[in-house]
Design a protein around this ligand. Structure first.
Ligand code: SF4
Ligand code: SF4
Length: 100
């Protein structure tokens, strides 16, 4: 299960210091580590387990779409993964249906 970069992201909503926001250039729901206080509320909030605690680094970690060039899509041997823009209309439909 990869991060869905939710429109109404539970991780973002749970963050007490607004350290999570949408990167407008990539569409990724991203963590601003300069603001993050490592409370891990976002880890508990994500219903899909896509926000995790990285013990070695002592910080939370999630998919950030590799800055707009996702390695998973680049290296998928069968081309099953692709990084594509989501049409504004379909995001609106998802939003209206409460799917994300
Ligand atoms: S970490 Fe979870 S809640 Fe946050 S954007 Fe990804 S899937 Fe959504
Ligand atoms: S761990 Fe950081 S990003 Fe996550 S909820 Fe706490 S302050 Fe926000």
């Amino acid at each position: 299960m990869v991060c869905l970069q939710c429109v109404f992201a539970a991780c973002m909503k749970a963050c007490p210091v607004n350290a999570i926001s949408v990167d407008r250039s990539t569409g990724a729901v991203a963590v601003d580590y300069a603001r993050c206080i490592s409370c891990r509320a976002c880890v508990a909030a994500c219903p899909f387990g896509n926000m995790t605690w990285e013990e070695g680094a002592g910080r939370v970690i999630k998919c950030d779409l590799c800055g707009g060039n996702p390695a998973c899509a680049r290296y998928c041997p069968s081309g099953a993964l692709a990084y594509e823009p989501v049409a504004r209309s379909s995001r609106s439909e998802e939003k209206a249906s409460g799917a994300v």
